[in-house]
Design a protein around this ligand. Structure first.
Ligand SMILES: NC(=O)c1ccc[n+]([C@@H]2O[C@H](COP(=O)([O-])OP(=O)(O)OC[C@H]3O[C@@H](n4cnc5c(N)ncnc54)[C@H](O)[C@@H]3O)[C@@H](O)[C@H]2O)c1
Length: 365
């Protein structure tokens, strides 16, 4: 059983703590927050020790195996780097929230340092830890989808001009806050199904209601990508400027040379179009086979993703096989920074930086 601690006891830190508390592979042993009341409230709720300083916790409890870093900051990630680096410096496995960091230089250093320390750096890229995504993985593994033709990922928060409440809290007060804080998720889903991205073109915008209220957030993100495998993809993401439309909170359509699937509303449904079910596909589409997983609550993804991390650490998988790793999260931030650069150059094509190489673990040969 892995002894787990959580640093940053806001809403998401409490979610991580609950997941550890309820997971058979974990024992929650400590919680930490700079704000005493938050640490104390969580400690009382979960029946564990409270700390108000991470280093004091790491010194007092050397038995800790895993530290969740669930702090936030600007773009919901600027306060991830220091506590994550500190936990790594004590040789701890770290599960950091997304975005891995708000600054690409921090993210590269964090991933490099975790590799140097030979520990498991994971990220809570939970959007593909769903039954719908697992069923889609199976279709791909069974060779029912074939070569990627295109993917379209549509992600939106419900909203409207009449519901706009003015510029958000400080963490949302930068132009790229939606792109950085949120698009880690859709980029992670696209990369999970399609592999590495080698070209990015972006147009970012915001509706008039935000512009007139001097809201700095570029809340409409329209991003066209090219994958290393030759396929292409499109991501459209908006933060409460319009209603969902078809597909719910988010939909992901993946078209291949043998079949197509579409995930509807993130956790809810999977549709699969099997080309072999119609004689002449140019005349009629097959009726999709739809699986409704009976889940609507996105919160269901947290325990599944966290359990996968605990499994990988417990099983001591080769570090390059860690699911939703720090390196995977770095990829999403490289695409984010490529999109920012593209936007700043009028939608120019930007090639994201290469990810750190895998060297393999000689002790496993
Ligand atoms: N994976 C998901 O689906 C998902 C969903 C929502 C939010 N998030 C992420 O979860 C993270 C936390 O979000 P939140 O809304 O709970 O944030 P929050 O601001 O409510 O809570 C963060 C807490 O961290 C504490 N803190 C900051 N620096 C600290 C430090 N060095 N040591 C100890 N405590 C420290 C703060 O006092 C605060 O209580 C963000 O990175 C966000 O992007 C992920």
């Amino acid at each position: 059983m892995l002894k787990c601690a959580v640093v940053g006891m806001g809403g998401i830190g409490n979610t991580h703590a609950r997941c550890y508390k309820e997971d058979p592979l974990a024992e929650l042993v400590a919680v930490c927050d700079l704000v005493k009341e938050k640490a104390d409230a969580a400690a009382e709720k979960f029946g564990v020790k409270a700390f108000y300083d991470e280093e004091e916790m790491l010194k007092a409890m050397p038995e800790i195996d895993v530290v969740s870093v669930t702090t936030s900051g600007y773009d919901n990630g600027s306060m991830h780097f220091e506590p994550a680096m500190l936990a790594l410096s004590y040789g701890k496995n770290v599960l950091v929230e997304k975005p891995i960091c708000a600054d690409i230089r921090d993210a590269r250093e964090l991933v490099r340092y975790a590799a140097e320390k030979k520990v498991y750096l994971g990220c809570d890229l939970n959007h593909y830890f769903t039954n719908a995504a697992f069923a889609a993985d199976q279709l791909i593994a069974d060779k029912k989808i074939g070569e990627l033709v295109y993917c379209i990922h549509k992600v939106g928060f419900n909203g409207a001009e009449s519901k706009y409440g003015g510029p958000g809290a400080p963490r949302w007060q930068t132009p790229y806050s939606h792109l950085k804080a949120f698009c880690a998720h859709p980029f992670s889903v696209m990369r999970h199904f399609c592999g590495d991205i080698t070209g990015v073109q972006a147009f970012l915008s915001k509706p008039g209601v935000r512009a007139t209220q001097c809201d700095p957030m570029l809340s409409i993100n329209s991003i066209h990508v090219r994958f290393a495998n030759g396929g292409v993809g499109y991501l459209i993401s908006q933060r409460g400027d319009a209603m969902f439309g078809l597909g719910g909170w988010w939909s992901y359509e993946h078209a291949g040379t043998r079949g197509t699937f579409c995930i509807e509303n993130c956790v809810e449904k999977l549709h699969y179009w099997n080309i072999d079910e119609v004689e002449n596909p140019s005349m009629a589409s097959p009726v999709p086979k739809t699986t409704d997983f009976g889940v609507k609550d996105f919160g269901a993804t947290f325990p599944v993703r966290i359990h996968a991390y605990l499994e990988d650490v417990s099983n001591k998988v080769p570090r390059e096989y860690l699911r939703a790793s720090g390196r995977d999260a770095l990829a999403t931030l490289e695409y984010t920074f490529a999109a920012m650069k593209s936007y700043e150059h009028g939608g120019a094509l930007v090639v994201p930086e290469l990810l750190p190489a895998f060297h393999g673990d000689i002790s496993r040969i």
